[in-house]
Design a protein around this ligand. Structure first.
Ligand code: SAM
Length: 452
């Protein structure tokens, strides 16, 4: 295995504000900078990566036009940037809310900004009229969406339901999807919950509950930004000549959609081995947009998620790796992890080892599919964070590189442009956090692979 640059993991210039690339040749992959950029700013996504990173990679690795693949598209950063650089793009995404965001963002240029503005003016008139009346909204809260505390206070709820009533009146599918996204992207902002970074009650984070809020004004402001960005998107050269396809399915079904050796470059960031729970954190959007109606509708997403979740596999019989990795300490490290805190049962090493095994098994499946779809000479750039489970450092990037080589890819190198990562709170384990602070640091790495 080669380290592109021997960077100190704990370098003095390591920063969490996303402005330093730590001397790496790549742009910082953290999402923060997207918050102010056209199109990318539409949907906040804790686990996204930066537009600058994708743009930089496309310029360096794909000077001619080609097919860009993101197997874990999230809210579509790669897809949008691929279009802006004149490439065709395909993205897989199992979470229907994230898939909707990717879809809407990457097809937005087909909407007329004037039509968006006219419709949002209609929304304002509709909403003001309804709120001034004694009418009851026709929409209702999704019945299966259960929360410990009321998700919306009564005044806010009435406003949200009238907003739903208006969205229901929109016949044009693309326009309705845009309005749904404007609601979904802002809906937590006026709820009694917040992202810290996982979704939790505002009061648990020391914040007051929200009794009332300018809901319609917030959604209208979001739509005004969207209209402006669509205008900008349409003014970009060549955008209308290329298309992005968003496939709301697991990447592991890739062979149903993509032929062998069809992809020029793969740019992605899979879920990290940190148990960030995409389904739980997007429950409000999944229920309110009608993608799920009851908890069991979430089960397929839990099982298909890359690496699954700790909650999904912790209670199973001890899981084993599906492959053997000669010369690597992966297997022995997993055994060390499994032996940690036996007194805690599945909440100790046993449960976390099952999660890690299932994660690395998916890394192997992933590498096999990548080997199949990449054109000879094609590159895959995979942004992944390391992990600390039960106090044990797991260099996920290094193991992914080794696994990729086993699957037939060449490991070109590993770069670490981001030596400090926020996110200890994602895994709610005191043991993990305390020990981690003592001895290790979280980082994000870019694993560069090549099809030979
Ligand atoms: C780290 S996020 C990607 C964020 C993306 N780079 C962006 O900027 O928006 C990982 C995504 O992978 C998705 N995912 C997890 N397992 C998947 C699978 N088996 N197939 C497709 N998508 C999956 C998750 O729902 C999540 O949105």
């Amino acid at each position: 295995m080669v380290l592109m640059q021997q960077l100190p993991l704990f370098g003095d210039d390591a920063r969490v504000d996303g402005t330093s690339n730590n001397g790496s040749g790549f742009q910082d992959p953290a999402f923060a900078t997207n918050k102010t950029l056209p199109i990318h700013r539409w949907v906040p996504w804790v686990a996204g990566f930066s537009r600058d990173f994708v743009a930089d990679v496309l310029q360096r690795y794909l000077p001619q036009t080609g097919l860009v693949l993101d197997p874990f598209a999230g809210v579509g950063t790669t897809l949008v940037e691929a279009l802006l650089h004149g490439h065709q793009a395909v993205g897989f995404e199992i979470n229907p809310y994230a898939a909707l965001a990717s879809q809407v963002k990457s097809t937005a240029y087909s909407l007329e900004p004037a039509c968006v503005r006219e419709t949002l003016a209609k929304l304002q008139r509709f909403h003001v009229g309804k709120m001034a009346s004694s009418e009851q909204p026709r929409s209702v809260m999704p019945t299966g969406f259960k929360t410990r505390a009321a998700f919306y206070s009564p005044k806010v709820l009435r406003k949200v339901l009238f907003l739903q009533d208006f969205i229901e009146t929109l016949d044009d599918e693309a326009l309705r999807a845009l309005f749904q996204l404007a609601f979904a992207a802002t809906m937590v902002q006026y709820s009694n919950y917040s992202y810290e970074p996982s979704l939790g009650r505002r009061v648990s984070a020391g914040k007051a509950e929200i009794e009332d809020y300018p809901v319609c004004e917030t959604v209208v402001a979001k739509l005004q930004v969207m209209a402006l960005d669509i205008e900008w998107f349409r003014s970009q050269q060549g955008v209308s000549k290329v298309k992005a396809q968003v496939i709301n399915d697991t990447f592991f079904n890739c062979q149903r959609y993509l032929g062998p050796e069809t992809v020029d470059i793969l740019i992605t960031s899979p879920p990290y081995l940190n148990n960030y729970h995409y389904n739980r954190n997007t429950r409000p959007q999944l229920y309110w947009l009608g993608f799920v109606e009851r908890p069991k509708d979430l089960h397929p997403l839990e099982h298909q998620n890359f690496g699954k979740y700790w909650q999904t596999v912790r209670g199973e019989d001890p899981l084993q790796l599906d492959f053997s990795l000669p010369g690597s300490d992966l297997e022995s490290q997993l055994e060390i992890l499994r032996a940690r805190h036996p007194e805690k049962g599945i909440y100790g090493g046993a449960g976390w080892a099952n999660y890690a095994v299932s994660y690395f098994n998916d890394c192997y499946r992933f590498a096999q599919v990548v080997t199949r779809v990449l054109k000879p000479g094609g590159t895959a750039l995979v942004v992944v964070g390391n992990s600390i489970l039960q106090g044990l450092l797991i260099p996920t990037d290094h193991y992914l590189g080794q696994i990729a080589e086993l699957a037939g890819l060449k490991l070109v190198g590993i770069e670490i442009p981001r030596a400090t990562r926020v996110g200890n709170s994602i895994i709610q384990s005191d043991v993990r956090v305390r020990k981690a602070k003592d001895s290790h640091q979280l980082y994000e790495a870019i694993v560069e692979l090549r099809k030979i």
